[in-house]
Write a protein that binds this ligand. Structure first.
Ligand code: AMP
Length: 289
C-alpha cells in the first residue's frame, strides 16, 4: 500500500516534519502552483530518485500574476493534486496560505543583477512577472532549505533566472532542470490546458510543430530572423494570436544573429490560444553540434 503523504499547511508544520531531516538527509523540493499533471509528476519522480525526502509546494503566488483575471481563473484542485503526489511517492505537500508566505504584506527587498534576463520575452509581455517569481522562490527556498530544487525546462526563462539568483546569492541548493512533458499531440502539458476549448486544443499542437520546424530550418541554414518571421506568420490562424517567437542564446536569452559552432540556441514562444496563454520552447542547438 502507498505510504500516506504528509500535509503541512503552515511553515511551522513543515519545519516540524523536517526537523529530523536537516543535516542528515538529502531534501528534494518541487515548487508548483498546483493543478498538477504528468509534467509536475515527472519532477517529483526525479526528486524521489535523487533525494531521501521529497517536498512539493502548492502555492498560487499572487505576486507573479500581472493579470488579476488570470489569477482568479487559475485552476485550484488540491485533493486531486494530493492523489497525484501520493502516486509519485512524494513525502510532503506544503500548501501554505498567502499570509504564511507574505506575513503582514511583506515587500520584496530582493535585489538581483539580472541584466536583460528578466526584460526579454516573458518579461516584455508580463511586466513584473519575474520579480514575483524570484521573490516567491527565494522565500520558499528560505523556508524549505532543500538540497536540490527541481524545475521544468518548460519555463526556460524562469529556471535561467532562478539559476542566476542561486549563483548570485550563494544559495546552497542545486538546481536540477527536467525535460518538458508533452501530451500525445505534442502540446506541452500545462495547468492552463484544462481551460482550452476542445476545438482550439485540437490545433494547439501548432506550437510544438513550429518549434520542430524551426530546428529543421536552422539545420538547413536559414537565419534566426527568417525562422522567427516564418513562425510568427504561421501562428496567425483563427483563434490563435502569437506574442513572440524568439531564437535566443540559451545562456543570455539575447537574440542570435549568426549561428556559430559554439552557440547554445533555444527557441521560445508565447501564443494566445483563445483566451489561454501558452508558452513552449525547444533547444535547437547544443554547443559544437
Ligand atoms: P507551475 O505549477 O506551472 O508553476 O509549474 C511548476 C513546475 O513544473 C515548474 O518548474 C515548471 O517548469 C514545471 N512544469 C510545468 N509544466 C511542465 C511540463 N509540461 N513538463 C515538465 N515540467 C513542467
Amino acid at each position: 500500500m502507498a505510504k500516506r503523504i504528509k500535509i503541512a499547511k503552515t511553515v511551522g508544520e513543515l519545519h516540524k516534519l523536517l526537523a529530523s531531516a536537516y543535516g542528515k538527509k538529502k531534501i528534494g523540493y518541487v515548487p508548483t502552483m498546483g493543478a498538477l499533471h504528468d509534467g509536475h509528476a515527472s519532477l517529483i519522480k526525479s526528486s524521489v530518485t535523487k533525494c531521501d525526502i521529497t517536498i512539493c509546494s502548492i502555492f498560487v503566488n499572487p505576486t507573479q500574476f500581472n493579470d488579476a483575471s488570470d489569477l482568479d481563473k487559475y485552476p485550484r484542485t488540491l485533493s486531486a493534486d494530493v492523489k497525484i503526489l501520493e502516486a509519485a511517492k512524494c513525502d510532503i505537500v506544503f500548501a501554505p496560505s498567502v499570509k504564511d508566505i507574505y506575513p503582514k504584506g511583506t515587500k520584496s527587498k530582493l535585489k538581483l543583477r539580472l541584466g536583460k534576463l528578466d526584460k526579454v520575452m516573458e518579461g516584455e509581455f508580463r511586466p513584473g512577472h519575474f520579480k514575483g517569481v524570484a521573490q516567491v522562490v527565494k522565500r520558499l527556498l528560505d523556508i524549505v532549505k532543500p538540497t536540490m530544487l527541481f524545475m521544468g525546462q518548460k519555463d526556460f526563462q524562469q529556471f535561467t533566472i532562478i539559476q542566476h539568483m542561486i549563483n548570485q546569492l550563494n544559495i546552497p541548493t542545486k538546481l536540477v532542470v527536467c525535460p518538458i512533458k508533452r501530451e500525445q499531440s505534442g502540446l506541452a502539458m500545462s495547468s492552463r490546458n484544462v481551460r482550452l476549448e476542445k476545438h482550439i486544443k485540437s490545433r494547439a499542437d501548432i506550437l510544438h510543430h513550429t518549434l520542430l520546424e524551426a530546428r529543421e530550418l536552422l539545420n538547413l541554414g536559414y537565419t534566426p530572423k527568417q525562422i522567427e518571421s516564418y513562425a510568427m506568420k504561421g501562428f496567425k490562424i483563427t483563434d490563435f494570436k502569437p506574442e513572440y517567437f524568439r531564437i535566443v542564446n540559451g545562456n543570455t536569452l539575447l537574440p542570435v544573429k549568426n549561428v556559430k559552432k559554439e552557440d547554445y540556441i533555444v527557441a521560445c514562444a508565447a501564443v494566445w490560444a483563445g483566451d489561454v496563454r501558452l508558452i513552449d520552447n525547444m533547444i535547437l542547438k547544443h554547443p559544437q553540434s
